[in-house]
Design a protein around this ligand. Structure first.
Ligand code: DC
Length: 262
């Protein structure tokens, strides 16, 4: 099992310089936290692809002065090795190799690599994410990140599929961000068009539904809201509205908790 904690990530930054571009998953940026400084706050954000949870999570992290981890990037890192080696996720030896290779280089820089956003990597990520050995191998990394207070940050936000249910069942605040599949596909289509890529809306919707089904019906850690999650349906909301609304809910939850512990 990899020994991966934030400090380990830092010590590997040198290695990463040769293989990575971009900046940290969210390295300490010395922001003034809006949180209760005496408590390391953990916020879990889950939801399906295209729900806007990543954009929301990053914005909330910036606003609150929290560290941020996009856990989907971890699965994408394993998937990228699989794709590069032309591996088959049904073969234990391929999975084993992909886990070992990806976790060896799990640096903040790697998690920012544009290749991780490729469609073939996304499709493979959904497949490797259903393999128990992969989930096991990435669990400690995520928990370690969640549990380790970092200088200058008042807490952490992790975004994924099973953060509130499996990775951080004791998170202080849990959000489940969702939207209708057609709306999510429209958003992705607009992004694809803006990036000058050529993919039809129908193909995007079909891929999205396929991934949704795989992610939410898998036997282990399926995408679903935790029982105590606040469900945020962004179908009829823009980014700003979603941000303001969830920020208000988080501040409210933090104030309630602070009052209880006072
Ligand atoms: O959020 P994303 O599209 O980058 O995630 C890539 C894949 O990883 C997606 O198919 C779901 C999976 N995933 C997961 O199973 N558990 C997580 N905590 C995060 C992502």
């Amino acid at each position: 099992m990899m020994a991966v904690v934030k400090s380990a990530l830092k010590s590997r930054e040198k290695d990463a310089e040769t293989m990575a571009s971009g900046s940290a998953a969210r390295q300490p940026a010395k922001k003034t936290g809006a949180s209760d400084a005496s408590h390391h706050v953990v916020i879990a954000i889950d939801g399906p692809a295209g729900s806007g949870k990543g954009t929301l999570g990053r914005r909330l992290a910036d606003e609150l002065g929290f560290a941020f981890l996009d856990t989907g990037a971890l699965y994408r890192a394993v998937a990228m090795v699989m794709v590069d080696m032309n591996g088959n996720p049904d073969y234990a030896s391929d999975i084993d190799f992909a886990i070992k290779t990806a976790t060896k280089y799990l640096t903040p820089e790697l998690l920012q690599r544009p290749e991780l956003r490729r469609e073939d990597v996304a499709a493979m990520a959904s497949k490797v994410a259903a393999v128990p050995a992969v989930r096991d191998a990435l669990l400690d990394f995520q928990r370690e990140f969640a549990a380790t207070p970092q200088d200058g940050f008042g807490g952490v936000i992790l975004d994924g599929r099973d953060i509130g249910t499996v990775v951080c069942p004791d998170a202080d605040i849990k959000l489940f961000v969702t939207a209708d599949a057609e709306i999510r596909a429209k958003r992705r289509y607009a992004e694809v068009r803006a990036a000058g890529k050529n993919k039809s809306y129908d193909d995007i919707l079909a891929d999205m539904k396929e991934r949704d089904t795989r992610d939410s019906t898998r036997a282990i850690a399926p995408t679903k809201p935790a029982e105590d999650a606040i469900v945020v349906d962004t179908s009829n909301w823009g980014i700003e509205e979603t941000f303001q609304n969830t920020l208000a809910q988080i501040r409210n939850a933090m104030a309630t908790r602070a009052a209880k512990t006072a």
